[in-house]
Every structure is written in structure tokens, then in C-alpha cells.
Design a protein around this ligand. Structure first.
Ligand code: ING
Ligand code: ZN
Length: 305
């Protein structure tokens, strides 16, 4: 168990440890607030941590980061937690927190995440029951913008099952409501996935580009170049449909189109291990550090706009 106010990135943590860690940060930092934004299908608390500079100014611009909507993508929650730790421990972050409040949901889909720890390492979806013998909905096909169109299966047993309706899942409802709460101030929505080294932006539902695609591309390029310069690792930048594949009902399209968050990016972190999702624990630390360089470069660029 973890009672102390530190997380070491030498192994993957279980969901209850992560929640305890967040609570310990709230007790030890007066500029940190932890909130339950909803319960998962199996009843786990879905938490966000909000980090401010403690000045109490309400209408500051904000940023929302999430991870772990897909259960098996373990490097994503680890990266989100590393970003939280850096924001609190690295004094050079004070400048960012003077301009922006940062809200992080490190595990959107805790039931799936725990299922990958205990039962089936490569599980992707939630754990809600749909038809007998088939469990789970793909959270990143469940958002209510062009829901059910391309790349989102209507078949409950499939890996990319869209759900029986948009926002059928308690987990996607919770994420929607948490971002919705800050939509008037939110300048950047970042969702962490793995794997493949991509900085993706809307649209996922069509190969057309949004009118403001250059703004999206600028920020994504800044993230990719920062990583390239720091470690030599290459990220591919572009719209989801154009550089990866078309998929409707994703969280990034929704936050961008419905909540008008001007910068909305899906970051596909590096892969590792036998199947790409299973990066060895010994590589977590260097990977989350590298990825955070890109994330902080993007946050900084958004803050300066
Ligand atoms: N990749 C994303 C997925 O949900 C994506 C890629 C994001 C496609 C946004 C379209 C829109 O399939 C992973 N690894 O889950
Ligand atoms: Zn994913």
C-alpha cells in the first residue's frame, strides 16, 4: 500500500494505490484538490486532481489531461501521474501554474484497468455488461459527436464496440461532466493513449480538417519537436483520420466540437514489450520523463497564446 506522498516510476500501480496517492497529495499540498467525478460500472471512485498556484483566482484558464480510458495502455496513467508529480515538485512549474489551473484524471476506466492487472492483460474496454457473453464498451467510441459512424463497431463482442447509445458508460459520462464543468476556461484537452508515437488532433470522424487545424497542428508540432530535441524520439503529427485511422465517437472530437476546447490532442505514447502495451517496468521512468517533455512544451505554448 502507499501512504507516503511519493510515487516511484519503477512499477505499474493498481487503481486503489493511485487513488490513495492522489488523496495523500491533497493532504500535503494546500494548492491541490481531489474530487470524485463519478463511480465506475463496478463502483470504483473515478478521481480528478486539480493543481493550482493556490492564489484562489477562480477564472484562470485551465487544462484537462486524462489517461486510461483504454484499460491496457498502462504507460498512459503512469505518464499522467508523472506530470502531476513534476507539477508539484519541480519549482520551474510555478510559472505554468500562475497562468493555468491543471486538472488530471489519471484513470478514466478503473474497472478495465484492474481487469488488466488481475485477469486479462490486453483488455481494452470498460467492464459493463451488454449481451450475454460479451462485456465492455470502447470508451473512445462512446462520445456523442458523430457517434456510431466510422471505425466504431455496432457488435458488442468487438474491441471497438461503440456502446448501445452515446454515453452509455458511466466512465465517459464522468469524463464529459468533469471537462464540461471547466469548459468556459479550458484551453487544452489532452488525452493519453498508447501506443505508436503520434500527436493526433481532430477529426477522427472524417478526413476533412477543422477550420482551425493550423492552431492544433502548431501545438502538436511543438510537443513532437520538444521530444525530438530532447531524446531523438520521433512522433508523427496530424489528424487522427489522416495519419492513423478514422474512428468516430472519440473524446478529442467531442471536447473540441461540443465544448469548444480550442486545442484537443490525443497523444499516443511509446510502445514496448511483447505486444506494445506491455512496456517493461524498467523503462517506465525514462518513458514518462521523455513524454512529459512534450506535454510540458505543449502546456507552455498554450499558456502563452
Ligand atoms: N488509439 C486511439 C483509438 O481510440 C484515435 C486513436 C484517437 C483514433 C482519437 C481516433 C480518434 O483507437 C488507441 N491506441 O486507442
Ligand atoms: Zn487507447
Amino acid at each position: 500500500s502507499m501512504n507516503s506522498d511519493e510515487m516511484r516510476f519503477d512499477r505499474y500501480y493498481e487503481h486503489d494505490e493511485i487513488n490513495k496517492y492522489l488523496d495523500s497529495l491533497a493532504s500535503s499540498h494546500k494548492n491541490v484538490e481531489v474530487k470524485v467525478i463519478g463511480k465506475s460500472y463496478e463502483g470504483r471512485d473515478i478521481k480528478v486532481i486539480k493543481i493550482t498556484n493556490g492564489d484562489g483566482i477562480e477564472k484562470k484558464n485551465s487544462i484537462f489531461i486524462d489517461a486510461g480510458i483504454h484499460a491496457r495502455e498502462w504507460i498512459a496513467p503512469a505518464t499522467a501521474l508523472y506530470v502531476v508529480q513534476q507539477l508539484l515538485n519541480d519549482e520551474s512549474m510555478a510559472k505554468i501554474l500562475n497562468i493555468l489551473d491543471i486538472v488530471v484524471n489519471p484513470v478514466v476506466n478503473p474497472d478495465g484497468y484492474q481487469y488488466t492487472h488481475k485477469k486479462e492483460r490486453l483488455w481494452r474496454k470498460t467492464r459493463s455488461k451488454n449481451i450475454p457473453g460479451c462485456v465492455g464498451t470502447d470508451g473512445n467510441r462512446n462520445f456523442d459527436f458523430h457517434w456510431g459512424e466510422v471505425g466504431a463497431s455496432p457488435i458488442p463482442c468487438m474491441e471497438t464496440y461503440r456502446g448501445n447509445k452515446a454515453f452509455s458508460e458511466k466512465e465517459t459520462q464522468a469524463l464529459r461532466d468533469a471537462v464540461g464543468e471547466i469548459k468556459d476556461t479550458c484551453k487544452f484537452y489532452l488525452t493519453l493513449h498508447s501506443y505508436g508515437n503520434y500527436m493526433l488532433y481532430p477529426w477522427g470522424y472524417t478526413s476533412k480538417l477543422p477550420d482551425t487545424w493550423k492552431d492544433l497542428d502548431d501545438i502538436a508540432q511543438i510537443g513532437a519537436s520538444a521530444i525530438k530535441n530532447a531524446t531523438g524520439t520521433t512522433y508523427t503529427v496530424g489528424s487522427s483520420t489522416n495519419v492513423l485511422y478514422a474512428a468516430a465517437g472519440g473524446s478529442d472530437d467531442y471536447m473540441f466540437a461540443v465544448f469548444n476546447v480550442p486545442i484537443s490532442i490525443t497523444m499516443e505514447l511509446p510502445g514496448g514489450g511483447q505486444n506494445g502495451f506491455d512496456m517493461p517496468a524498467s523503462k517506465i521512468d525514462e518513458t514518462v520523463h521523455e513524454s512529459s517533455i512534450g506535454i510540458f512544451a505543449m502546456i507552455q505554448a498554450v499558456g502563452q497564446k
